[in-house]
Design a protein. Sequence first.
Length: 258
Amino acid sequence: MNALLEVRNVGKRYGTVVALREVSTVVNAGEVTCVLGDNGAGKSTLIKILAGVHQHDEGEFLVEGAPVRFASPREALDRGIATVYQDLAVVPLMSVWRNFFLGSEPTVGFGPFRALDRRKGRELTKKALADLGIDLRDVEQPVGTLSGGERQCVAIARAIHFGAKVLILDEPTAALGVKQAGVVLRYVAQARDRGLGVVLITHNPHHAYPVADRFLLLKRGTALGSYEKAEIELPELTRQMAGGAELEALEHELRTGS
């Protein structure tokens, strides 16, 4: 069976700057592929290629076994690839249910007499959130009144409702406290358990390890390592993320003064 997504030796240049070089990974249905790296590692470039924002210059990008080169994010979305960015595409003063649909609101009537079907919109939103175990008091409340974790969860539920096969999450826990991050990771696991392929972008191995099936470590645009979960323990993942060998060399240098 083909992977939902696969990149093989993908590369991207911006003029003379090499942003990504020979990066490979797969995203399978019902699994989480975690992309780890510090700022400038190439995580953003990789997601922009997967999401159809930019095109790769080298290598192959396959969707369900077929080579693709998306011209726009809409093309990626049409193939079932939904991306939830860190800053979230929400209108803070608009209600939860209006944000849930945002441009795809249900309507009643015909032609020039069409009007928003508020009741249906509220009901569909509540059901989609409830299906993921998200219990909001009132879907009429402005989305800006929700916590950061709740907003992430609404965005995840929205992507699933509109038929995403692959869910790309850009640093969903970056600005959250421990409890809120735990809430988001629980819904990431639920999306995985519903058969979606999830790409989780993060710089925090402690957030990645509990939910991920596979890890891709990036550094300065190249793959530092690619591991199945059975191949690497959390301490080693953390050590590699922290630049373990470089830190050890620095410690030796500071101790010996050479």
